[in-house]
Design a binder for this molecule. Structure first.
Ligand code: SAJ
Length: 420
């Protein structure tokens, strides 16, 4: 089926690049977002997030008339839902955004349309989405009741792109296509083949949901192993970075890198979607989450020890006169995304508890979010290096990796990334 108009619901880190790539293939794309400010920025041909080269692609798509953003859904041939799926306080998945996106597109659906859930979702969410759509549109038939004869086709095709490499990975990665029926899958493949060069592999919706959760849980468990090793090595006075690079010389060993914890909206969240469905079975997955979630507190303890050591070496000083500089706030290197960032959590905790000055350096943002700007001071790298008594590397941004070691000679350094 030729898709003349494609609508992407949710213009964030996944939805906006996806919309822009469809538009770059000369499809009419309607981007929908509840955030009026984001809609206005996109309609000016600009972007409200940081992702390499995305600004150029969006600018071209908007000025050539292929991409338009709006807050109200409009009719289209295919709808891709790419809204957040956070968890609630008890780690239970929160499907509110999927529910409101489904209910917002329901009035404009017509026979023959395809609805794809791209958001990372707990097993069963696609069926739930189809149920919400069916409830809102009793005049249309859906796969859960009409199978291959349904008016509306529904599939789960999870996004799997790596922030920082989104435009390349969107095109090159293989895509898991989980249709609610084989015909749903075939239609979804014809949509993705507009730009996907990787393989489109068909499965059912539940397996596609679990596949995405499995990928991120696998990485979380791997990082937890590295983080646990770093705490063990600290006790045993062994350099964990050297240890891992030596162990990784074994042809069948590939240990990931320790850090200050695991952040982002994906790896720190998705494993809980497995744990919440199968708490008795998902023991290792839960423990990995707990190990990674405990790492920021471990780093904060290291900072307290460093402050005590600094005061011991400089008995004329009080804690109020000790300046701490935190390098990096984003959840990983070379991006601006502060969501679920362990670096941000550590910097916040330090600035709340340390009586002296806390400086933060984050080259990928211009201003601190309003709720943080009263607590900490955003500084340039040079100024922070000049003023700090204690320097903490929290994110291995490229700007920090190249800092000359001579700057560290007169200060306590805590390197959570092994880059200094
Ligand atoms: N991290 C470590 N050590 C490592 C690797 C990562 O501490 O060796 C930390 C990072 O610093 C960061 C967190 O883990 O805080 C997550 O970073 P990441 O680069 O592993 O992953 P994300 O969250 O940016 O993207 C992941 C990817 N999933 C996998 O690699 C299996 C991506 O492909 C997914 O599309 C994305 O989640 C998503 O949207 O789900």
């Amino acid at each position: 089926m030729p898709f003349t108009t494609i609508s992407v619901i949710g213009l964030g880190y996944i939805g906006l690049p996806t919309a822009a790539v469809f538009a770059s293939r000369k499809k009419q794309v309607i981007g929908v977002d509840v955030n009026q400010n984001a809609v206005d920025i996109i309609n000016r041909g600009q972007i409200h997030i940081v992702e390499p080269d995305l600004d150029m692609v969006v600018h071209a798509a908007v000025t050539e008339g292929y991409l338009r953003a709006t807050t109200q859904p409009e009719p289209a041939d295919a709808f891709l839902i790419a809204v957040p799926t956070p968890f609630k306080d008890d780690h239970e998945p929160d499907l509110t955004y999927i529910e409101s996106a489904s209910k917002s597109i329901a009035p404009v659906l017509k026979k023959g349309d395809l609805v794809i859930l791209e958001s990372t979702s707990p097993v069963g969410a696609t069926e739930q989405m189809a149920a919400w759509l069916a409830e809102a549109r009793p005049d249309l038939s859906f796969p859960q009741t009409h199978g291959e004869n349904s008016d509306i086709r529904v599939a789960h095709c999870p996004e799997r792109v790596l922030p920082g490499h989104v435009l390349r990975e969107l095109v090159q990665n293989d895509r898991v296509i989980g249709g609610m029926t084989p015909k749903c899958s075939q239609l979804a493949i014809s949509l993705y083949k507009i730009f996907v060069q990787g393989d489109c592999i068909v499965t059912n919706a539940r397996t596609a949901e679990m596949c995405k959760l499995t990928e991120n849980s696998s990485r979380d468990v791997g990082i937890a192993f590295a983080n646990e090793l770093s705490m063990i090595c600290d006790k045993l006075d062994i350099n964990v970075w050297e240890l891992i690079s030596l162990a990784n010389r074994h042809p069948r060993v590939n240990i990931l890198q320790p850090g200050p914890g695991v952040g982002g909206h994906c790896i720190a969240v998705d494993p809980w979607f497995i744990v919440s469905k199968t708490p008795d079975q998902a023991k290792l997955i839960r423990t990995a989450r707990e190990v990674n979630d405990s790492k920021p507190e471990w780093v904060i303890e290291k900072v307290k020890i460093a402050v005590a050591e600094h005061l011991q070496a400089n008995p004329q000083k009080t804690a109020r006169e000790v300046t701490i500089a935190c390098f990096g706030l984003a959840f990983k290197a070379d991006i601006d995304d502060l969501r679920e960032s362990p670096a941000l959590a550590i910097a916040e905790k330090i600035s709340n508890t340390h009586p002296g000055q806390t400086l933060v350096v984050e080259p990928n943002i211009e201003n601190l979010p309003e709720n943080l700007s009263k607590k900490m001071h955003l500084a340039m790298s040079e100024a922070a290096l000049a003023e700090a008594d204690i320097a903490i590397l929290l994110v291995d941004h490229k700007e920090f990796k190249s800092i000359d070691k001579k700057h560290f000679s007169n200060k306590n350094v805590i390197d959570t990334r092994g880059a200094w």
